[in-house]
Design a protein around this ligand. Sequence first.
Ligand code: PLP
Length: 450
Amino acid sequence: STADWQRADAAHFLHPFTDFQSLARKGSRIITRADNIYLWDSEGHKILDAMSGLWCVNVGYGQQALIDAATRQLRELPFYNAFFQTATPPPIELAELLCEVTPPQFNHVFFTGSGSEGNDTVVRMVRRYWDVLGQPQRQVIISRKNAYHGSTMAGASLGGMAAMHAQGGLPIPGIVHIEQPYWYALGRSMSRDDFGRVAARWLEDKILEVGPDKVAAFIGEPVQGAGGVIIPPETYWPEIQRICDQYGILLVSDEVICGFGRTGHWFGCERFGVRPDLMTFAKGVTSGYIPLGGVMVGDRVATVMIEQGGEFEHGYTYSGHPTACAVGVANIRLIRELGLVQHVRDTAGPHLAKLFETLKDHPLVGDAETCGLMGALLLVKNKVTGELFPDEVGIGMVCRGHCFGNGLIMRAVGNRMIMAPPLVMTTAQIDEMGSLIRRCLDLTLEQARR
Ligand code: PLP
């Protein structure tokens, strides 16, 4: 029963990013089944999952092709490693497919078990690259405040979450941060385009401060996801590209959220017109059906690593896990068959954008933005002045609670309500979601006024 699960859960399961005392007091909501874009909990409630699990179930739940691929591979060869010059067919096939769907500079991939491991791999790889080129002093990686790049020591250090840095003595040496391109919070006195250029030049300032000969790479998510779906101005990424080119530093795009169609392009870097040297991915590569991540390695880095680098002393037991990779192959084929990237670009994305435009008339909504099938609503106390609710109101959490109680999963990041629904979502389902959102905003407003 639900009560039995909740009891055992609170007694033994240490959940990620969870206040253990609060979980023990309130109990977890137990999700037991899913289909398409809907979840059901152990009490039989149907819930529209506007977060795709955790930004990952791009093809939606219950896709038979993925289930069959996993089942077939588990029967045939559930696991064998890829160390020491052995291989199994699925990672070979997936590597080839990934090189087809990624931008042309990518012809190699290093597999990991997760996005965090992918970003750890990036740290080691970029430092190795400069080492091999005889520039071992190039160690520093520049990232951004409020970024999320994972939970391992290197991933959390690359990330710019102050609360994470406060635990465990982070960041590790050689990782520094600049401000994020969050126009509403940091640049509203300027046009979005002007602010985009100003925000990108914070990278140049940091490079000059650290010393251009010491900087190895810059890493960023095309759209900062867990930080609150911070969509940068159009001028931001082209200027970042110019600066990276000017100083010869490697550009890394963390595509863990933005990859595999989320932005209406295969990868977020393509949406913003940048040409990264490395790209981390996870989540959407298998639509979350099974864990898998990796790093796409562009020709600039791959050539040096392969021709001059010797053995790369790095790898995971599950680098190229055959069952995970078999699901990855089935998932990418399904994204192609269903035309999901085009669906997001031409149909679902514009429909979501229209819905968010209409939500701007709600008294609580101070700003509403989308990029493909991801979006954020900024909740404000006063639309006219832009005044925000004080932190102690916890307006996002209030709204999230109403969503939860009304059959909708959205996430709250401070005063931003964010979403990234499955890419298979139809326009009718977007309208259904719109009605739920409006109802939850009304309930939140009512509570805020009390
Ligand atoms: N990078 C980004 C942009 C992410 O959003 C995440 C997870 O949410 C990660 C990296 C870490 O991936 P994982 O949780 O698979 O380790």
